[in-house]
Design a protein around this ligand. Sequence first.
Ligand code: NAG
Ligand code: NAG
Ligand code: NAG
Ligand code: NAG
Ligand code: NAG
Ligand code: NAG
Ligand code: NAG
Ligand code: NAG
Ligand code: NAG
Ligand code: NAG
Length: 861
Amino acid sequence: MGVEIVGYYILVVALLFRPLVCQQPNTDESFLLEFFVKMGLNPPQKYGFSGSFCSWRGVVCDDEGQNVVKLEASGVGLSGVIPDTTIGKLTKLESLDLSSNKITTLPSDFWSLGSLIFLNLSYNLISGSLSSNIGNFGHLQSLDLSFNKFSGIIPEAVSSLTKLQALNLSRNGFESSVPLGILQCLNLVSVDLSENKLNGSLPSGFAAALPQLKLLSLAENKVVGRDSDFTGMKSVSFLNLSGNIFRGSVLGVFEGVLEVVDLSRNLFQGHIPQVNLTSAFNWSNLLYLDMSENELSGELFFSGLHQFINLRHLNLAHNRFTKHHFLINVDMLTHLEYLNLSATNLVGEIPSNISGLTSLATLDLSDNHLSSHIPRFAFKSLKFLDLSHNNLKGDIPLVVIDELHHMDTFNFSYNNLSFCASQFSPKILEASFIGSTNSCPIAANPDFFRKKSPKHRGLKIALALAVSMVFLLMGLLVLAFRCRRKTRMWAVKQDSYTEEQAVSGPFSFQTDSTTWVADVKQATSVPVVIFEKPLLNFTFADLLSATSHFDRGTLLAEGRFGPVYGGLLPGGLHVAVKVLVHGSTMTDHEAARELEYLGRIKHPNLVPLTGYCLAGEQRIAIYDYMENGNLQNLLYDLPLGTQRTEDWSTDTWEDENSGIQNVGPEGSLTTWRFRHKIALGTARALAFLHHGCSPPIIHRDVKASSVYLDSNLEPRLSDFGISKIFGNGAEDEIARGSPGYVPPEFLDPESSSSSPKAPTPKSDIYGFGVILFELITGKKPVEDVYEDEKETNLTSWARGLVRTNQTSCAIDPRIRGSAPDAQIIEALKIGYLCTAKIPSKRPTMQQVVGLLKDLEQITHT
Ligand SMILES: *[C@@H]1O[C@H](CO)[C@@H](O)[C@H](O)[C@H]1NC(C)=O
Ligand SMILES: *[C@@H]1O[C@H](CO)[C@@H](O)[C@H](O)[C@H]1NC(C)=O
Ligand SMILES: *[C@@H]1O[C@H](CO)[C@@H](O)[C@H](O)[C@H]1NC(C)=O
Ligand SMILES: *[C@@H]1O[C@H](CO)[C@@H](O)[C@H](O)[C@H]1NC(C)=O
Ligand SMILES: *[C@@H]1O[C@H](CO)[C@@H](O)[C@H](O)[C@H]1NC(C)=O
Ligand SMILES: *[C@@H]1O[C@H](CO)[C@@H](O)[C@H](O)[C@H]1NC(C)=O
Ligand SMILES: *[C@@H]1O[C@H](CO)[C@@H](O)[C@H](O)[C@H]1NC(C)=O
Ligand SMILES: *[C@@H]1O[C@H](CO)[C@@H](O)[C@H](O)[C@H]1NC(C)=O
Ligand SMILES: *[C@@H]1O[C@H](CO)[C@@H](O)[C@H](O)[C@H]1NC(C)=O
Ligand SMILES: *[C@@H]1O[C@H](CO)[C@@H](O)[C@H](O)[C@H]1NC(C)=O
């Protein structure tokens, strides 16, 4: 074994010294070989340095094959001090690349390489100062000493490098000021002095003195300068002054043909809106603009922004702008990929049209005062989103949450947000949502049903099957006897009024529920969320049994968005089950969120939303059951005025102050006092939705059939907020508004441009006005009879009477005499105000409550 090693050694030595033996000393080949061996390449053959030296890897000889003119030995592992009499003797060398090695010191004869045109020593460990002998390299066109450990001054002798085009001294420890001599290098195209320790001020007129200069980087030094250093600059397109001590007006820098400008971390001042639009600078050339961490003040956004049509990167972060709203001229910045407005004193909302910035990959709006809700913006390209440290509140919209999966980084920390993102790891939740509330809708919580043991579930399924079989049979029976049932109060009431059933088209619902119920697979695994009783774990199967499989016999009403069934859930919960046809763009998740929000809204004059269920395509809202039906049914089922005496109990009149409850809803409805109570309660409910909820809730479907009477005959408004979840966009909703309740701004095509087509609180108030007319006149909003046959709807008839001062004709004969006429006529006038043609002229719901309360004081007849 020892013999083998010795043998190998002899072979190596022989190979190694063969060229030396064959070659004359003091030839380029000998210098070169010496260089490689002494710099630690043993044996050099391994690195491709064998055979004739002119064929070595990275070596180019002159035509005679005597001298090396080009040597490229980048990243081959050269290390340590370069000895004298090696490469320093390659006198014909024109191009030398020793980059990415571990060279520490240059030889003293290095500076005799007077033919060098290209020198790259970057990424080494060369220390000490740069010799003034650099001035010997009069032919040098490219000098790259970047990423070394040079220190001391940049010698003035650089002035001799008159052919120099590219100078890169970046990432060293060069000190003192930028040498004046550099201004002699008139051929410079690119100067990179970044990340050194240069200080002092720039030679005056610096940027303009070099006529070819395209790139200038002084970044990360301590250079002192002013905007005036750049006056007259013509050729520079890339300017990086980041991290220095430049002062003066930032706008003074913009001259010539700048495309990439990094002025970050300086002391520049000024107001951006002063961008001089008449000046010679063409802002449309700008691709990259970073003015972050300066002392810019005033407004951030300005009309001239539309000139920045090619901008890709904009950073204005950490300046001293005054408080201002976030406005973004989306159309003009379509190429923007990076937008950083961190700590720029932004207030107000994030504009939702920011998603018009279709190329945006980075958006940093952290450390501002942005408030309100996060808009439902959609960015396909976004990879980085920082909204931390603002005053944002409410839910993070699900569309935004869904996008986070494509992103690399996002941060919503330090706001007042809630969100549902069960799919993220605890680590991400911890870092990106600091101070936010993670609250998922109950139905979206996968743990909801995990608690149950499979054994129980099997049992439950079997039970549910058995129960539903029974109910199916019962359903059939019920179907058979349906005609009889019609004599029952509810059924009669339904049939007596057909307005709602006139609805057809995409929203028409098959009351024959078999089709969609069959679509709901595994009824026992679809949760029914009952807010107050979260532990009861109801399922869709329970709803099926409660409503006899949504049988017609349990039908309470056919609403605008689908049928309503009555039923008794286990535990004696009497509920009204509203099945809504899936028509909106909201995801199940969002709908659940919205329903849970609505479930938290409580008011004595609102029908509480008890729970919900998302079953296949259907979304089911569950309400407390209202014993006494709704206003529409009660009002129009009343016997006609002439037959009144047969129906009402005399108690009503005598015991008016205390005993309304005792006579049932129909009896009470013959007094103005009770109708006034209904009006006031309904008004209170709407005022609460409009003024007591944040954000305000627009009911969107105010009508008599939404006003119910509970077991105490208290009026309660139902269905608030529901059409938002189940409507199919604003347009559709308005087109299908309940007849007689649709405000004129939605009907008149002429005004479509001026008035928004979205429901507003004012459209609710119009609906309320119509209800008030109904309460006063006892007439249906449409298709009733009027003395003047021309009239077709209640609102224009009643308004006409007010205008012509024939108000007393309006009073429902059934309530006439139950209160001073003056009171009722005043109420009619309130209805008149509420139904004003121009939305802004209608009073607020709060004002209406006040007006209705004041009526009680009118006692004279
Ligand atoms: C010098 O070499 C480094 C590393 O190989 C390379 O990145 C750089 O572009 C070279 N410099 C010039 C001016 O070619
Ligand atoms: C100068 O060198 C640094 C470090 O090698 C490099 O990052 C930079 O791009 C170079 N500058 C120019 C203008 O090539
Ligand atoms: C610049 O730095 C050098 C050495 O680091 C120091 O001697 C000199 O005082 C500094 N000049 C200025 C103007 O700060
Ligand atoms: C300016 O230089 C700094 C420091 O080298 C660097 O971080 C920054 O990216 C540069 N700016 C541009 C636009 O290249
Ligand atoms: C704007 O530019 C015009 C023409 O270049 C010049 O006369 C005017 O003084 C400039 N205004 C400012 C505020 O710089
Ligand atoms: C600015 O430059 C663009 C091309 O980059 C050119 O189309 C435009 O006319 C220029 N605008 C002015 C005012 O010179
Ligand atoms: C935005 O700019 C600030 C200040 O320069 C910086 O600290 C922050 O990292 C930037 N954000 C992004 C996403 O680049
Ligand atoms: C974007 O929305 C803001 C307000 O939200 C508005 O002022 C601005 O004009 C909109 N911009 C565009 C291009 O739509
Ligand atoms: C955060 O929001 C909740 C509910 O919206 C509110 O009660 C609370 O005061 C808010 N906190 C802050 C710091 O704004
Ligand atoms: C989000 O921002 C906060 C506050 O600036 C910071 O503490 C947290 O680490 C950031 N999270 C991520 C994921 O960057």
